[in-house]
Design a protein around this ligand. Structure first.
Ligand code: AHG
Ligand code: MN
Ligand code: MN
Length: 321
């Protein structure tokens, strides 16, 4: 069984535009992921269940595990010395690691430290989503280094803390999945070269929010839930409320995930930098599609760290319906 460390050493040449430092950077993220895995697994025994009592920049309730995971990622990335700054869903602005100037690290990392906060307290799958870009500015890291389009991404991935803990990532040459063997503390290659099915009979959307969605979403959901034997409808609705978990199922089995524009928030809910671009990159690398309804997610301009976007992401042949 090939471990992740072996895999990235052998495949290092696949890291487009990258230097060996990317291997070390990925290892820092993996270390944080293993620690989050450990703590998620005994969350009920530690004082990390429930809300902190604060709201984040996006007006959302912050869970203790959101902050715990955020702090772990920041600590490992700062100590690792391969990253010049991070942007996180839980922080108002980016954090520059100015003390790293001697090492002159090339990369910035953006992350959603803990995705699926509403599922933390109920033992349902949650995750960590990350993406890596090269610093573009000549001097100190600056805001523009974090506001790059998805087409500039160097690598992205997620960790799902589910019935197994898995790391799924891509450096732009396909998608590979690694399952954590906790007994040896290593992620091992379990899902090489993931290709998403071109179609399946699963759709994922918060149907409870229908009254907020535009007519074309109503039409789509009506079509999915109509009876038609030739196209094997009605299709199955599967939606747990952790993007990582809904995405992971659809990536492996086929399906479509939608978080649409809403009447009072035309940009939807999900964050383009922390959630949508990394998942769009993985989805496309696995042969699927990711759009906001008009434009490829990866080609959208990014002007704000906490920008949101509607997203339709999944199997290719759904776009023909
Ligand atoms: P987060 O926990 O990082 O704030 O993300 C939650 C997101 C995403 O994971 C999920 O798909 C979506 O919010 C669920 O939102 P609804 O409860 O509105 O369906
Ligand atoms: Mn999230
Ligand atoms: Mn989150």
């Amino acid at each position: 069984m090939m471990t992740l460390t072996e895999f990235i050493t052998i495949k290092e040449r696949d890291f487009q535009n990258a230097t060996g430092n990317l291997t070390a950077l990925l290892n820092d993220i993996v270390l944080a992921a293993k620690t989050i895995h450990r703590d998620v697994n005994r969350a009920g025994l530690m004082d990390i269940i429930g809300a902190t009592g604060d709201e984040n920049i996006q007006g959302e309730v912050v869970q203790k595990l959101d902050i715990h995971a955020d702090q772990l990622l920041i600590k490992y990335l700062q100590n690792g010395g391969q990253c010049c700054g991070i942007g996180s869903e839980e922080n108002d602005t980016f954090i520059a690691f100015d003390d790293q100037h001697k090492l002159d690290p090339h990369y910035v990392v953006l992350f959603d430290p803990l995705d699926g906060s509403s599922n933390i307290d109920v033992c349902a799958p949650i995750g960590t989503i990350f993406s890596i870009y090269k610093k573009k500015s000549p001097g100190k890291v600056e805001l523009s280094d974090f506001l790059q389009k998805g087409t500039e991404i160097v690598a992205a991935g997620y960790v799902i803390y589910g019935s197994s803990t898995m790391l799924v990532f891509s450096t732009g040459r396909g998608v590979n999945g690694f399952t954590l063997d906790a007994s040896i503390g290593e992620f091992c290659l379990s899902h090489p070269d993931i290709k998403t099915p071109e179609m399946n009979n699963t759709y994922s959307i918060n149907q409870g929010g229908m009254y907020k969605y535009e007519q074309y979403i109503h039409d789509f959901v009506d079509w999915c839930s109509a009876d038609d034997k030739t196209s094997k409808r009605p299709y199955s609705l599967r939606y747990i409320g952790s993007m990582v978990a809904d995405f992971h199922r659809n990536l492996l089995k086929g399906g479509i995930f939608i978080y649409p524009a809403m009447k009072e928030s035309p940009q939807g809910k999900l964050r383009i930098l922390y959630e949508c671009i990394p998942m769009a990159f993985l989805q496309e690398q696995a042969g699927g599609i990711a759009t906001d309804g008009e434009q490829r997610i990866l080609e959208k301009e990014v002007t704000d760290l906490h920008q949101r976007t509607p997203i339709i992401i999944g199997s290719k042949n759904w776009s023909k319906n």
